[in-house]
Design a protein around this ligand. Structure first.
Ligand SMILES: O=C(O)CCC(=O)C(=O)O
Length: 234
């Protein structure tokens, strides 16, 4: 089955080795330096004494707006090539995030990205880059294959001892929950209506570092303008 057929059927495709190990190491080293300088606005929360590992290593939001390597990663030619194949049309970038997910960090409850991005018609698409090996222990991503056919679903409150977000969708039980184990440099592309999330990192010493990009079709007539400005990918 071709990539696009697989994407349309399951709502996701994963491509091993899309980024090289060297590229992943460069992104990590660079992001660690930004973390040490606290140079991404809004990424640290106020309580440095907290024992919540996510207070020490909060996710970075929109680093591409202030950092060139993050912008180049959002525009990475290999990612843009796959986006073209999956969407069959041009895309623009809207969001980047870096998740450190340190040992003992909580996960993110099940959700659809278009609950936030509100893309119409069609859907947004994520490129979720594993910067290191990812598995169940360090809190890999779980997806519900086929669930991208659902509309944007209601979110209800969820257990915040397991998730750093406080609401979740309750998937129809017809859907499986599939953990996606990933190698360093592997990139998971997934549809904006695909139900996905992650469990806590239960490792005592492994982080789960990911660089996450979100795109929408260039011809989208509606999306959440809070994500502007759009980034041209050429
Ligand atoms: O990386 C995670 O644990 C969750 C990320 C996610 O769900 C997203 O980027 O939409």
């Amino acid at each position: 089955m071709g990539l696009r057929d697989q994407y349309q059927l399951q709502g996701f495709v994963s491509i091993k080795g899309l980024l090289s190990e060297l590229e992943c190491d460069q992104i990590i080293e660079h992001a660690l330096a930004m973390h040490a300088r606290r140079s991404i606005p809004g990424c640290f929360s106020s309580d440095p004494q907290s024992d919540d590992p996510l207070q020490q290593y909060p996710r970075m939001m929109h680093p591409h707006r202030v950092d060139d390597l993050s912008l180049q990663t959002l525009k990475h030619p290999k990612i843009v090539e796959v986006l073209g194949k999956l969407l069959g049309q041009e895309a623009v970038g809207l969001q980047t995030m870096i998740y450190w997910k340190p040992p003992h960090a909580r996960g993110q409850a099940l959700h659809q990205d278009d609950f936030y991005l509100q893309t119409q018609p069609g859907a947004c698409i994520a490129a979720w880059i594993a910067l290191e090996k990812i598995d169940a222990e360090n809190g890999g991503l779980t997806v519900c294959p086929g669930s991208q056919v659902e509309p944007i679903l209601e979110m209800t409150s969820t257990d915040t001892s397991l998730s750093f977000t406080d609401s979740a969708v309750q998937p129809n039980p017809i859907y499986d929950h599939q953990l996606v184990e990933m190698e360093k440099g592997e990139t998971l592309f997934f549809h904006g209506r695909l139900i996905h999330g992650s469990k806590p990192n239960v490792s005592s010493d492994r982080f789960r570092k990911t660089f996450i990009c979100h795109y929408i079709p260039k011809l989208s007539t509606n999306y959440n303008k809070g994500y502007d400005p759009q980034v041209e990918l050429k």
